[in-house]
Design a protein around this ligand. Structure first.
Ligand code: G1P
Length: 288
């Protein structure tokens, strides 16, 4: 069993890059094929052995709570019509009562602040953080790979991948030390550096396993890049004191906060679906 039992999903962000779709609809509820983006993140976390799902929401995000609730009338109707397959899929997609909790980030002060808002719900144990915009598709759940790596190192683990040099200013970037297979020791990290200041191309992707000490650093964290309280800055304060690694995860990551990334996620997810792959591939051929 994974020793990482809880996952925090910061979902308070406004999704301005996907307007006007996100004017009313939370960006996490945008569909990728026939499931909202957030459903993929929950299923990945569950496949990784996570038992408690903590959503840090904000104003206008109540649809997320509704989505993870039992829709009694709908379930009854599906049952009455004998649509047992659709019903079973819906049932499987929602957390059981008591597995999910919601708290609010009352002000948009940054990712570090959003994670800090979950401190009482996490308590004193290692926990996962999943940034839902980063949709990761693969044969093994990314968070599971991180939890397993955490089991080996006992320290903090962030998902990482190499990005084009010109893109470093979109990410937290690691200054790598020793590299052992997929484990990349982090000697330092910096949030959104210009390419000329970036210590490497190893970008932090939105999956983390963190030690609870992070909350002490977040308590004292001053605003950083973009005037926001950055998770990266608080993580950087644990360097040296505790093992800290990037893990080059095995799946493919799609940035669903970006229009092209979102479109690619839909294509990739559809092509992974046995019921859609062939039909969709022949449609795509028409657009070559
Ligand atoms: C956040 C983190 C950044 C990380 C990125 C991954 O940035 O602050 O370190 O590389 O997620 O998606 P955001 O995309 O929220 O600006």
């Amino acid at each position: 069993m994974s020793p990482v039992r809880k996952a925090v999903f910061p979902v308070a962000g406004l999704g301005t890059r996907m307007l006007p779709a996100t004017k009313v609809l939370p960006k996490e509820m945008l569909p990728v094929v026939d499931k909202p983006i957030i459903q993929y993140a929950l299923e990945e976390a569950r496949a990784a052995g996570i038992e408690e799902f903590i959503f840090v929401t904000g104003r206008g995000k109540t649809l997320i709570e509704d989505h993870f609730d039992r829709a009694v009338e709908l379930f009854d109707t599906l049952a009455a019509k004998g649509k047992s397959e659709a019903l079973a899929e819906l049932e499987a997609g929602i957390p059981k009562a008591g597995e999910v909790t919601y708290t609010r980030q009352q002000e948009p002060l940054g990712l570090g602040h959003a994670v800090w808002c979950a401190r009482h719900l996490v308590g004193d144990e290692p926990f996962a953080v999943s940034l839902v915009d980063d949709l990761i598709l693969g044969d093994s759940p990314c968070l599971g790979e991180l939890a397993e790596a955490h089991g080996r190192t006992g320290g903090n683990i962030v998902a990482t991948m190499e990005v084009p040099h010109a893109h470093t200013k979109r990410y937290g970037i690691l200054d790598p030390g020793e590299i052992d297979g997929r484990l990349v020791e982090a000697k330092a990290m910096v949030e959104k550096p210009e390419p000329e200041r970036a210590p490497s191309r190893y970008a932090v992707i939105g999956r983390y396993v963190l030690l609870p000490e992070i909350f002490g650093h977040l308590d004292r964290q001053e605003p950083g890049a973009g005037g926001e309280i950055q998770l990266t800055d608080a993580m950087a304060q644990m360097l040296g004191a505790r093992p800290f690694h990037g893990y080059v995860f095995s799946g493919e990551r799609y940035d669903c906060g970006d229009k092209l990334g979102y479109l690619e996620a839909i294509v990739a997810a559809a092509l992974r679906r046995p019921d859609l792959a062939d039909g969709f591939a022949s449609i795509l051929k028409r657009y070559d």
